[in-house]
Design a protein around this ligand. Structure first.
Ligand SMILES: [Zn+2]
Length: 750
């Protein structure tokens, strides 16, 4: 559906979650009656009856579950999943037998029996599920049983005495592969328990792939910390390791520390892969080589790219140096032997995005036949090796091939000549959402994505959220919309997978729901998907919850520039620079005051909802949203207090009387209070946000806090002078550029 059309469908509460700020509120078309259960992702075809069937009879769990042996181990496994869900809710164990007792509702799992053909019978992962007074019938094959069981679990209403409504579902995945790529930055700080939670969450929303970033780097001038990540302990090259910034709680206080990633020290990747396999989620490796590669070339300069003087540049690989491939393939082999082959994983992501340099050594110059050869030859060489090692899918990001116009018939024939037909899948990544009807001159998304069709498989790579540094509003504003557009374009143009680029953080939950929805079934309007998510999360409070998030989004929208100018990776500007960047209507006095007030009431609404939610996981999510809303509120209040204080100080400079001084004192007190509020918010963020994300959130908040304290010290000094009658020199204070105190600050403060 065109964006304009779905905007018309979205109502005020629903628009909240989309991040669209200027659309008119129209009445919403509910996806289905509110008393119906929410299934995530929403099935391809579903029709409810009117009756509800109780699964308990007094104290007894009145069901029996039967999986036909001919339906295979997946049916038996799905039967176990259903049994586990029922016993989790009721504390009782249902019977897993082939004959059901009197008064028991039979739940039967079997192959497709009747001759009714449909997509659900044709597509791998498809299933039919019907609930009637006679029983629950689940027909499927293979992985489809697991999806049917996941759907059944979501159909259950109420916990202690579950019941289920009459329903007929026909369902199948539109894209065979539905996954997420977990970027090294978040992966590096995740514990084994965090990874298992992620696998469980992915499995519950019918995703079947997690690609784990094992090696990725960024060229950053500031520090190698937060720039280089190597997440598995190579036995062959123990020198490759990267300390990362993380936070741990000690005696109730958060401490920043620098330590090797947990995945590295505990070497638990194999355990994650096994855990995923048991839950229908393939966990596959990701390893960068040409671009995003600085640790290996820094520690092994002989295989680094070289400059004209043949000096190693500490980036990428010299591709004519034989030792390069020896090292790279040894690393590949180690990864495959330890983390892929034992678990039947045959997908390997080689990334190869954003290659910034090329080797200038004499032998590379002799071999140089143009960029395409350098790049494509490397791709062919590594893919051939991975194929020899049993990999059946090599995933490569599109950007380098696409930008150089290399996705063409020539590439297809070169791959065929190298015996690599059907091996490579191109991941087309795009996270922006250009406005409908506008040309985006710097992006070829609309013009060329997924083209030309040259017999190389394609996956769509949207993002469900990746920047934890930015306030959540930044993700909401573009990612949700962009995801739907990219996935639908992929579907039109024959892509067969969707993998989201993610820095994993549960605060992107809604992004995950969107990714799973549009990869499974791209048909529903965005507004309906958002509405379902709100009902799933907030339950009876979904209207006020949606409204609170809409308020957050609207306010974030007004101050996006201000917030983004401050929360910008890798190094934030000073708070003064951020404030200076927004001179437009965003800083209008009344508007800023009103915005702060409306964000406060949104936070209060979310806090109240959080108290009412019984499910601890959902309460935690709402708590995270609440802290995020407070973070925006505290940041804006700090801004408001700074501007008010500056203006009161200017009055005092002109008046130099006690009334103006009194007013300055009052404004200064407000600024101190907002500094304290910000400290409280920082503590709350540390407690409720996802711990692995703290290294990418807290340094920014600390910077805002430090800047605010500097400002407070500055105004306090001026106020002290006023009280002491030393008013002959009161310098102008300008909030500008990278500097708060543009004129003469060095002269007046120690
Ligand atoms: Zn070279």
């Amino acid at each position: 559906m065109k964006r304009r059309a779905w905007l018309q469908l979205s109502g005020a509460g629903l628009a909240a979650l989309i991040g669209e700020r200027n659309l008119k509120a129209v009445s919403a078309l509910p996806a289905e009656a509110p008393d119906r259960p929410v299934i995530l992702p929403h099935p391809q075809s579903i029709s409810y009856g009117t009756q509800r069937i109780n699964l308990t009879d007094g104290d007894r769990l009145a069901v029996s579950i039967e999986a036909e042996p001919e339906a295979g181990p997946e049916a038996a496994e799905a039967a176990q999943m259903i049994a586990a869900e029922l016993s989790r809710r009721t504390g009782r164990t249902p019977s897993l037998i082939s004959k059901h007792g009197p008064g028991e509702l039979p739940i039967r799992l079997h192959g497709f029996k009747d001759s009714r053909a449909g997509k659900e019978t044709e597509v791998e992962g498809g299933y039919r599920l019907s609930v009637t007074r006679q029983g629950v019938e689940i027909a499927s094959r293979g992985a489809g049983f697991r999806y049917a069981a996941a759907t059944f679990a979501q159909l259950l209403e109420q916990d202690s005495a579950p019941r289920v409504r009459e329903v007929e579902i026909r369902d199948w995945p539109t894209f065979p592969w539905r996954g997420i790529y977990v970027e090294v930055t978040s992966g590096a700080c995740m514990t084994l328990a965090d990874w298992k939670d992620l696998v469980d969450w992915a499995s519950s929303i019918k995703l079947n792939l997690i690609s784990v970033g094992l090696y990725n780097c960024w060229e950053r001038e500031t520090s190698v910390l937060d720039a280089e990540y190597f997440l598995f302990p190579s036995r062959r090259y123990p020198q490759f390791k990267t300390p990362v910034r993380s936070y741990t709680k000690q005696e109730g206080r958060w401490q920043e520390q620098t330590a090797l990633p947990a995945m590295y020290t505990e070497d638990f990747l194999g355990e994650i892969v096994a855990y995923g396999k048991a839950r229908g989620v393939a966990v596959s490796p990701y390893f960068s080589s040409l671009g995003h590669n600085t640790v290996i070339p820094r520690l092994m300069p002989e295989i680094s790219m070289k400059d004209e003087q043949c000096r190693p540049i500490g980036y990428g690989f010299c591709t004519t140096c034989p030792q390069t491939y020896e090292v790279l393939f040894n690393l590949y082999d180690e990864i495959i032997e330890r983390y892929a082959r034992p678990y039947g994983v045959t997908t390997f992501n080689v990334a190869m995005d954003e290659v910034q340099h090329a080797c200038q050594c004499p032998s590379c110059q002799v071999a140089w036949k143009g960029e395409d050869n350098f790049y494509v030859e490397h791709l062919i060489k590594i893919s051939r090796h991975l194929k020899d090692q049993g990999m059946t899918r090599v995933l490569v990001w599109n950007d380098m091939l696409h930008r150089s116009g290399l996705i063409n018939k020539d590439l297809e024939s070169r791959l065929a000549a190298a015996g690599l037909e059907g091996l490579i899948t191109i991941g087309w990544w795009y996270y922006e959402a250009p406005r409908e009807g506008y040309f985006a001159p710097d992006e070829s998304f609309g013009r060329a994505f997924f083209r030309p069709n040259v017999g190389i498989e394609a996956w769509a790579v949207p993002s469900n959220g990746w920047d934890t540094t930015a306030l959540l509003g930044a993700t909401r504003a573009t990612a949700n919309e962009a995801l739907v557009r990219l996935v639908r374009r992929g579907e039109e143009r024959g892509a067969d997978g969707v993998i989201s680029y993610s820095n994993h953080d549960p605060i992107f939950e809604q992004g995950y729901v969107n990714a799973s929805q549009y990869a499974w079934n791209p048909a529903p309007a965005m507004a309906d998907t958002q509405d379902r998510y709100a009902r799933w999360l907030f339950g009876d409070d979904h209207e006020s919850g949606s409204r609170a998030l809409k308020t957050y989004n609207d306010v974030y929208g007004i101050y996006a520039e201000l917030a983004e100018a401050f929360y910008r990776r890798p190094v934030p500007p000073k708070l003064g620079g951020a404030i200076d960047s927004v001179r437009g209507p965003g800083l209008e006095k009344v508007r800023l005051r009103d915005s702060v007030a409306s964000v406060d009431s949104a936070a209060q609404a979310l806090a109240a909802i959080q108290m009412r939610i019984k499910d601890p996981g959902k309460a935690k999510s709402v708590g995270m949203y609440c802290a995020e809303v407070r973070r925006l509120g505290a940041f804006l209040r700090l801004t408001l207090a700074i501007l008010n204080c500056t203006s009161a100080y200017d009055d005092f400079r002109s008046q130099r009387d006690s009334a103006a001084l009194g007013f300055l004192t009052q404004r200064l007190e407000e600024l101190r209070q907002s500094g304290e509020e910000h400290t409280t918010v920082m503590r709350e963020i540390s407690d409720v946000r996802y711990t692995p994300s703290l290294p990418r959130i807290l340094p920014y908040e600390q910077k805002a806090q430090d800047d605010a304290q500097q400002l407070i010290a500055m105004f306090s000094e001026m106020e002290r002078r006023g009280r002491a009658g030393q008013t002959n020199f009161l310098p102008e204070i300008v909030i500008r550029d990278q500097d708060f105190f543009a004129s003469g600050i060095g002269m007046v403060l120690p």
